[in-house]
Design a binder for this molecule. Structure first.
Ligand code: SF4
Length: 381
């Protein structure tokens, strides 16, 4: 194999990361969309080469887990045939593009993301986590999602270029959006952005051509389970994945049982089945009020070697009893959620620290709580 990702890097299919349950192989579907054939091929690959589980990430990517080192090359070959991985590892590493998942064929999000995909060779070398957000629908929907270099619908109705961490952006002419994104990425790289890590932490004053005073349009609510209009004849149905995980055989069975043309991945652990009536499979969430939709929990122990605590069983039991967003993290890294949650439990030395309105690893209001103590604390015992 070529190499394993060092911690702190973002793994991809060419550079898988070793986890407690084997290699983790990340797949980045273009435009966040897999055709029917790609879904079925990916599901089969997850069963044949991995442990049969597929995880959805907060960047609308997919991860196959439990891949033995001896099985990685065969899996990679399969993903290349499915056209889910770029044959050039450098281009694959640069292909970090989050697209508003409610895009329609021919709209601005579709047009700009498609154009950016063809120009990745013009980008500078960037850290693995650095990426783009294309949020150019009639309203924004990715306002709460990470993306260093952004094209968004502006509050004035036009399109803007906005550097993450800045409140406002500059108007960008139709057809020049990708030029602007590439120029901003080059400025970031040339001005020492790698040292800051992300654009939001790179506090250098932006060049004049990237400064503007246009606020992005207010962001719409994220997509929840139910019927959605993507401009397709038969409508599209969204389903939640508890903790962003699905068994490959269940996903494949759902697609096979429907006329679905494709599946879209969202950053909210919800998938959209294009052009198919409701065919909810076991284990998926079809109720937009399900409390599990408000929970983030990483795999925890024993899947992750960094974890000293089990996370998801506890999260499942606590979910109905916690008001607001709950985040149960196996350690301070906070893989399942980088931002603050209303209630955050961070594993440490086999117990949990409890923080409020904080990200994983933040200063706790109570420390070293056992799962039993937490269940009692939230009235779930
Ligand atoms: S947050 Fe920690 S325990 Fe959880 S998956 Fe990430 S590294 Fe592992």
């Amino acid at each position: 194999m070529s190499s394993f990702a060092v911690k702190g890097w973002c793994p991809d299919a060419w550079h898988p990361m070793m986890a407690g349950d084997g290699l983790l192989v990340r797949v980045k579907p273009r435009l966040g969309r897999l055709t029917r054939a790609q879904v079925l091929g990916l599901c089969d690959a997850a069963v044949v080469h991995g442990n049969g589980l597929i995880d959805m990430t907060a960047r609308a990517n997919l991860q196959l887990r439990g891949v033995p080192e001896t099985g990685w090359q065969a899996l990679l070959d399969r993903l290349l045939v499915l056209d889910l991985v770029d044959p050039d590892p450098v281009i694959e590493q640069r292909r970090n593009i989050l697209v508003a998942p409610d895009w329609r064929v021919g709209d601005d999000s579709h047009r700009i993301a498609g154009a950016l995909l063809t120009r990745l060779d013009e980008l500078p070398d960037l850290l693995g986590k650095v990426g783009f957000a294309i949020d150019a629908g009639q309203t924004c929907i990715l306002g709460g999602e990470a993306g260093d270099f952004r094209i968004e619908r502006g509050g004035d109705g036009g399109l803007i270029l906005r550097a993450d961490g800045r409140a406002t952006g500059m108007a960008v002419a139709a057809g020049r959006e990708v030029d602007a994104l590439i120029a901003l990425a080059h400025w970031f790289a040339a001005s020492g952005g790698a040292k800051a890590g992300r654009m939001a932490r790179h506090r250098l004053v932006l060049p004049e051509w990237a400064c503007g005073d246009i606020l992005p349009a207010p962001s719409a609510a994220c997509i929840v389970p139910g019927l959605h209009d993507l401009g397709l004849r038969d409508g599209s149905w969204a389903y939640g994945l508890p903790f962003g995980r699905i068994e490959a055989r269940i996903l494949a069975g759902m697609v096979e049982a429907s006329p679905a043309a494709a599946v879209r991945i969202t950053p909210w652990r919800v998938l959209l089945v294009e052009g198919a009536p409701a065919v909810c499979a076991g284990g998926l969430i079809d109720n937009p009020a399900d409390p599990l939709l408000h929970v983030d929990a990483c795999p925890g122990a024993p899947c992750c070697p960094q974890a000293s605590v089990e996370t998801r069983d506890l999260a499942r039991r606590l979910a109905p009893h916690v008001a607001g967003r709950l985040h149960v993290s196996g350690c301070a890294k906070g893989c399942a959620r980088q931002r603050a949650a209303d209630v955050t439990l961070t594993g440490r030395d086999g117990l949990f620290d409890l923080s409020l309105n904080a990200p994983a690893g933040a200063l706790p209001v109570r420390s070293a709580l056992s799962p039993a103590e937490l269940l009692a604390h939230f009235g779930a015992a």
